[in-house]
Design a protein around this ligand. Structure first.
Ligand SMILES: [Mg+2]
Length: 135
């Protein structure tokens, strides 16, 4: 399984990486633009990410806009439904507007509010069909 962790805060990024390592190969991006670039590159290499953890507040391009570009890219290539990369939005922002935007206009798979607790993350992964036994 390939995972992309897009998070500008070093400590959060490292802690997410520590939690995700057992699931598979983790790449890191520190801006929204970098996240979109990594996503495209992975498709071009025909090794798309199975999961992206996407922070909302990031420099360059925020997570919401990055998600939009990711979904646009998928749509332009006819990738829909199960073919879509699962995206978990990770944010300190838990205001309803951001949550609604992520799900309804962005097509996020899940939304987690920081700080990310290990148990909560693993529960969400399980809901999305990622569990360690099947890897
Ligand atoms: Mg941030």
């Amino acid at each position: 399984m390939r995972v992309l962790i897009a998070e500008d805060d070093f400590v959060t990024r490292k802690s997410l990486e520590r939690l995700m390592q057992q699931y598979g190969e983790c790449d890191e991006a520190t801006t929204g633009k970098e996240a979109v670039d990594c996503f495209r590159m992975a498709w071009e290499e025909k090794k798309p990410y199975d999961l992206i953890l996407l922070d909302i507040m990031m420099p360059d391009l925020d997570g919401q806009d990055a998600l939009q570009q990711i979904r646009d890219y998928e749509r332009s290539r006819g990738i829909v439904g199960f073919g879509e990369t699962k995206v978990i939005m990770v944010s300190a922002l838990d205001d309803p507007r951001n949550v609604v935007r992520a799900f309804y206009s962005g097509g996020a798979s899940s939304y987690l509010v920081k700080p990310i607790r290990e148990q909560k993350l693993y529960e969400e992964l399980e809901k999305l069909g990622f569990n360690l036994k099947s890897i």
